[in-house]
Write a protein that binds this ligand. Structure first.
Ligand code: SAM
Length: 562
């Protein structure tokens, strides 16, 4: 398998501005797989899961994992996987793990150090066989540290001191002499990893490990990228966000695109050592402005937001770019609100959600619902309610996110987070709808009771099976492009849809859904979509902000006191 797939072409040299980059070797349509990268130099799970996940194929396995009998530290799903990894790297790595065990009392090697060990074992071979010498920016990393002082907690990524410790650890565990030459070599490899590796981001599990492929590492960055990367087992898929002509540069985003310019630029400077001059950075465009200019808005036909005018004229009542005070608030609160709340107890989460919700007040007032940290705060609240078993609250917030946040943050309907959001609406309404409509409103504060009564009213007027079916159909339609046909939520949605198909007395709904899903101009099908699907989702979404106020509105004073 060549390092650069034949559908791509390598251009530039390490010394040209921006270094080397990849261009499309042919034209692509939005959602097309541009290239598959199947033989990474490094693909490892995160240290805490290395004894549970297969360290070779990295796929979830139904059978019990088998530990390597040598180091007893890492797991495989099968003998072929174990043999493949042994030949690739584990024969040497196993010795390292045994040394670690002797020294670290069963603690696994941290993921970056394990990656560095593999890099030192494989990098020379990899660079000579591919002819691609990876960019390290080692002098930039060193100078950045010397030019400090940047307090470590304000750095995006590891400090120079962290990199030195990783390098010394790797040299030690490899059993190599701690000479200046060996440490410098390891430091350079650690920097190469910083610049060229990816977090294996999974739409369901979040960050699940580290991935480095020398060919994929040749793709440059843009904050309005033309493509994105999906990780499926050991494979990385480079997929087109938009149409591309032959010879057009392919770009991806190295960082979370939804963050603000100051944060994006800081991360790109500190980890990748360049100043981003993409159109979004140059004009400081917010997500709404990026969405307005998006070339394929009509792709949204089969989504909960099918009207391209919604994107072109979003119903915000303010603009981030023209409001310097608001920008400052957003910059200050972005990091403060970025910490996930899962794992904390419910009282603590409620307190922090109250604090974050208060911080989001100016965005809410300007109706800039898709600007972080507002969507993230709503997502955290939705998870909080799901875990508390309060599904109707979680559903209302998921509907709000699916209508007012996700489409603007991710204007392509096959973005994995967007598809996940649609599937969440389908799953939650199928769990909540019918039981709720027949149940009784619960107790609580007066505001809480009013909300419960309003929710009940919506559910009574809604055919929740039809809404669930439509949301899951949309998820299934976009699922393979968002991830793959093996994606678990996609497979689960197919199963639920099969069950729904067998429900009696739904011939009319089935006919209308089938007509609507074909996307033609059939007026009856359009009206059916608007009335039976969109209207209840909009009504549920309209309760989300009141739910947030009722549940978290008074919490900020508690945070200040504590
Ligand atoms: C993963 S590498 C990409 C390949 C790289 N151009 C090379 O020749 O090795 C990341 C590095 O590429 C450069 N780079 C990536 N995107 C860039 C951009 N938009 N503008 C300037 N430099 C960029 C930076 O030096 C960055 O650290």
């Amino acid at each position: 398998m060549p390092t650069i797939p034949s559908t791509l072409a390598l251009h530039g040299t390490p010394s040209s501005p921006g270094g080397r980059h990849l261009r499309a070797g042919q034209s692509f349509k939005p959602g097309d797989a541009i290239a598959y990268f199947t033989e990474p130099c490094i693909a490892i799970p995160d240290a805490p899961t290395q004894a549970e996940v297969c360290n070779s194929c990295l796929l979830p396995s139904s059978s019990a994992p088998r530990l390597c009998t040598g180091c007893k530290t890492i797991a495989y799903c099968s003998i072929p996987c174990q043999k493949a990894d042994w030949a690739r790297v584990h024969k040497e790595e196993c010795k390292v793990f045994r040394r670690v065990q002797a020294a670290a009392q069963g603690q696994p090697l941290p993921t970056p150090v394990r990656a560095l060990v593999q890099m030192l074992l494989l990098a020379d071979k990899m660079e000579s066989s591919t002819g691609l010498r990876l960019e390290s920016h080692v002098e930039d990393f060193r100078q950045h540290a010397a030019g400090g002082p940047v307090p470590e907690e304000r750095l995006e990524g590891p400090s120079w001191r962290d990199l030195e410790l990783q390098a010394m650890g790797a040299v030690h565990y490899l059993g190599r002499e701690a000479s200046l030459h060996n440490i410098a070599n390891a430091l350079e490899a650690a920097c190469k990893l910083q610049v060229n590796s990816f977090s294996r981001l999974d739409p369901d599990a979040g960050q699940t490990g580290l991935y480095m492929h020398p060919g994929l590492a040749m793709v440059n960055h843009s904050c309005t990228p033309s493509a994105f990367v999906q990780f499926i087992g050991r494979k990385a898929v480079l997929r087109a966000y938009r149409s591309m002509q032959e010879d057009e540069e392919v770009t991806i985003s190295y960082i979370a695109c939804e963050s603000h310019r100051s944060h994006r630029q800081k991360t790109l400077k500190e980890r990748y050592h360049f100043q981003c001059n993409c159109p979004r950075c140059k004009d400081d465009l917010d997500v709404y402005e990026v969405g307005q200019a998006y070339p394929h808005l009509d792709l949204n036909r089969l989504t909960l937001t099918p009207d391209p005018n919604l994107y072109r004229n979003p119903s915000t009542s303010g603009s981030l770019r023209s409001d310097v005070a608001l920008q400052r608030v957003v910059d200050e609160t972005f990091l403060e609100c970025s910490q996930p709340l899962t794992g904390m107890d419910f009282a603590e989460r409620a307190k922090l959600l109250g604090h974050r919700w208060e911080k989001c007040a100016p965005l809410r007032k300007a109706k800039l619902y898709a600007i972080e940290p507002l969507p993230r705060t709503l997502s955290e609240a939705s998870i909080y309610f799901t875990e508390l078993g309060r599904f109707s609250h979680s559903l209302a917030i998921s509907c709000f996110l699916a209508l007012n946040c996700d489409p603007f943050q991710y204007p392509v309907p096959f973005h994995p987070f967007r598809v996940k959001g649609m599937m969440a609406v389908g799953r939650l309404i199928s769990n909540t709808g019918q039981g709720y409509a027949t149940g009784t409103a619960s107790q609580g504060s007066t505001a809480g009771q009013t909300l419960e009564a309003r929710l009940k009213q919506v559910f009574e007027a809604t055919d929740s099976i039809t809404v669930a079916q439509a949301a899951l159909m949309m998820g299934v339609w976009w699922g393979p492009k968002a991830h793959s046909e093996e994606w678990q939520p996609y497979q689960e949605a197919i199963e639920v849809l099969k069950d729904v198909e067998t429900l009696p007395g739904r011939a009319d709904e089935k006919k209308m859904l089938s007509l609507w899903s074909k996307g033609g101009q059939d007026l009856e099908a359009q009206l059916f979509f608007e009335h039976a699907i969109l209207k209840p989702v909009q009504e549920l979404a309209s309760l989300a902000l009141d739910i947030m106020d009722t549940e978290f509105g008074g919490q900020q004073s508690l945070v200040r006191r504590s």
